[in-house]
Design a protein around this ligand. Sequence first.
Ligand code: NAD
Length: 282
Amino acid sequence: MAAVPNITLNDGNEIPQLGFGVYQIEPENTAEAVGRALEIGYRHVDTAEMYGNEKEVGEAIRASGLDRSDVFVTSKLSNAFHEPDEARRAFDTTLSDLGFDYVDLFLIHWPLPTAYNGDYVSTWKALEGFKADGRARSIGVSNFQVEHLERLAAETETVPAVNQIEVHPYLTNETVRGYGREHGIATEAWSPIAQGAVLDDPTIGEIAEKVGKTPAQVVLRWHIERGDIVFPKSVTPARMEENFRLFDFELDGPDVEAISALDKGEDGRTGPHPDTFAYVPG
Ligand code: NAD
C-alpha cells in the first residue's frame, strides 16, 4: 500500500498527513482503538487534555512495540489553563499522563477571545517556552481566526506551525486556510467528514460511485488533494481501515472543485464559533 505522505512544517519538522483522532473516545476504549490504529498503519495520533484520554494514548503507543519516534503525537492545552503558569503546569501533566518526555506538536486548543481578557498572546509565549526547551518539537494553535493569527504575528516571535480548524465540504473555511497558506501555517482539518454529516450528499455519492470508493474515502481524499492534514475518528475497525486507504487513488480537478462547491459557509459549521466560544472546564 502507498505510504502516508509527510508534510514539512514551517519549523522543518515533518508530520504525517493522515492520522487518527481520539475525540469522544472514552478512556476505557482508547488504548484498544489506538492500538488497532497503529496495527493498521496510522503513525499520527491527535489527542487533547480536554479529551481525557492522554494516558491511554501513551499506553497504547508503548504497548505497540513501535519506537516513540515512529509515532507523531499531538496534544492540546485545556481551556482551563491559559494563564501562563497554569499552562506550564498543565503541559507537565500532559507529558506525565502520556508518559513521554516530549510531544511532537502542542496546540492552544481554543483562542477564547472573550475569556482571560482575550490574552492568548501570553499563553502562546508559554508554548514558545515548551518549544525552546525541546519538550514540544512543534507548537501551533487550534480554532484561531485570521485576527487571532495576526495578533500573534504582531506580538510574538514564532509563527504557529499549524492551525487546527473545522474544515469539511460544508464548511471549507477558505479565509482562514488562505491566511495559513500565505504565512506558512499548515491547516489541520478537524471533523473532516463532519462527523458523518456529509456522507449522504448526492454529489459525494456520485463521485464515490464513479471512482469506486466510499463517500468517506472521497471526502478524506479531497482534503488530501487540498494539502490539509486530517485525522478522522472511528472506533469501528472496518472504518478505521477504510479511512486509512486513501493513497491508491486520486480525484481529478473537477471533482475536487465540485466537492469544494458544496460549501455552505457559516451554515455548514457544526462546532462552536471560535469568536464566541468561551467554555472553560470547572
Ligand atoms: P470526524 O469527521 O472524524 O467524524 C467521526 C465520526 O464519523 C465517527 O464517530 C463515526 O460516527 C463517523 N465515521 C468515521 N468514519 C466513518 C466511515 N468511514 N464511514 C461512515 N462513518 C464514519 O469527526 P471528529 O471526531 O469530530 O473529528 C476528527 C478529529 O478531529 C477528532 O477525533 C479530534 O482529534 C479532532 N477535533 C479537534 C477539534 C478541535 O477543536 N481542535 C474539534 C473536533 C475534533
